[in-house]
Design a protein around this ligand. Structure first.
Ligand code: ZN
Length: 222
């Protein structure tokens, strides 16, 4: 047992400094309390490296754009470096938020897709291709997510399939409703997307019906 001559406390493990006053402890080392966390150290090193690179790019592009007035896209009616900054900063927050433990892979994926789609729409709007993004890119990406989500729901052993599937259904229906109420013709891609989401929902009921019913009962405690 080690002890601090100033605080008169005993400290287990192999700490070098007193946790209260930071003076050197005296006495024999014991077996360390905590295992060494080398992977975490490596991860945090790479995290710092990429963070440094990201900030270098953000600052450099802001500088080149605002101070040198360099244009990469002639028809762009906003500073391009702001779009670069948006992507990279959201990417950083994404890394912090999404790679916390205890978030299901389905949720990570769905959130990730929506964040990317949101930023993509902003970019497309300023570059002048919003309609193309809304009618083709977004529905195809969403369809891919729906299918991946469905596969995850089928593989899920912890009885949370219903959440994936309801998400899928909502994601399929909402764009259609938005187009309906904005009195624009719904692009055929979004209609296909709606059909895919309903088909996957039906498929889930057919293949996992019993578990889904069990889950509804558990969640609503009926
Ligand atoms: Zn002390």
């Amino acid at each position: 047992m080690k002890n601090c001559p100033y605080c008169k406390i005993e400290v287990g493990g192999n700490l070098k400094k007193c946790p209260l006053c930071q003076s050197n402890l005296i006495g024999e080392d014991e077996r360390p309390y905590f295992p060494k966390q080398t992977t975490l150290k490596i991860q945090s090193f790479f995290y710092k490296v990429q963070l440094f690179i990201v900030w270098t790019i953000v600052i450099a592009s802001l500088g080149v754009d605002f101070l040198f007035h360099f244009k990469v896209w002639p028809s762009l009616n906003v500073h391009w470096s702001l779009i670069v900054a948006m992507w990279l900063i959201v990417f950083e927050f994404g890394i912090i938020r999404l790679f916390k433990r205890g978030i299901s892979s389905s949720r990570i994926m769905t959130l990730f897709v929506f964040i990317v789609l949101g930023m993509f729409s902003v970019t497309a709007y300023y570059v002048g291709h919003l309609w193309f993004a809304a009618a083709w890119v977004a529905p195809i990406v969403v369809m891919g997510t729906l299918i991946a989500n469905y596969v995850l729901a089928m593989l899920d052993k912890s009885g949370n399939a219903m959440i994936y599937l309801l998400t899928n259904l909502v994601v399929g229906i909402v764009p259609y409703i938005v187009f309906y109420f904005s009195e624009r013709d719904c692009p055929v891609t979004w209609i296909v997307c709606l059909m895919v989401s309903v088909i996957l929902f039906v498929g889930a009921i057919i293949f996992k019906g019993r578990e889904v019913v069990g889950e509804i009962q558990r969640r609503l405690s009926v």
